[in-house]
Write a protein that binds this ligand. Structure first.
Ligand code: FES
Ligand code: FES
Length: 202
């Protein structure tokens, strides 16, 4: 394959990962899916609820003790939301609930009834145009393995709705609840600051 083709393919792959968090999974996810998958078989009427996810009503059978991260990933197939620590420490599972960033691993699914949930899959426009923050990440190639990327983007989008003109240190402070195992913080901040510029223009 010619060098040019290779770089175009890599760019396409990165773009799809930014848009939907695809292409990155953890062994932890596979282990948990194997050990807990059987719990979703039985259907009880009080567990059947409607969630509003990415602008659409989604009917789902959710256990009372089930977390939103689990429901999104394993019931609704929205695997762009990552599960890292599963105990409110890393931010990989961050989604917006009524425009506020939340760790979805620490929110019970049933408590989100009637609320608007947005995941990384819901940020881009219907025609595929990336959200300005996603575009900033694409422009600056801000992540390495990108496992943490969805969480950072969702945390940043939520913050920038409240402060569209942050300083770099304000941004760093407000997304400090998100951790990157690749320690790519400087590039992440640069990418999100670029995204903030795009947001102001749009
Ligand atoms: S997986 Fe939710 S905070 Fe780490
Ligand atoms: S880029 Fe690898 S965990 Fe953040």
């Amino acid at each position: 394959m010619a060098d040019n083709d290779r770089s175009v393919s890599r760019r396409r792959f990165i773009r799809s990962a930014i848009a939907g968090g695809a292409g990155v999974a953890s062994a932890n996810d596979l282990f948990r899916a194997a050990t807990r998958g059987g719990q979703s078989d039985a259907v009880a009427s009080d567990r059947l609820i409607t969630l509003h996810v990415n602008g659409q009503p989604r009917r789902v059978d959710a256990l009372k003790q089930e977390t939103l991260a689990w429901t999104l990933r394993y019931k609704l197939g929205l695997t762009g939301t990552k599960l890292g620590c599963d105990r409110a420490e890393c931010g990989a599972c961050t989604v917006l609930i009524d425009n506020v960033p939340h760790y979805s691993c620490s929110v019970l699914t049933h408590t989100t009834r009637g609320k608007k949930i947005v995941t990384i899959e819901g940020l881009a426009a219907p025609d595929g145009t990336l959200h300005p923050v996603q575009q900033g990440v694409l422009d600056e190639q801000g992540f390495q393995c990108a496992f943490c990327m969805s969480g950072f983007i969702m945390a940043a989008v939520g913050f920038l709705k409240t402060n569209p003109t942050p300083t770099r240190s304000e941004l760093a402070h407000r997304i400090s609840g998100n951790l990157c195992r690749c320690q790519d913080y400087d590039k992440i901040l640069t990418a999100i600051m670029r995204g903030a510029e795009h947001m102001r223009r749009t």
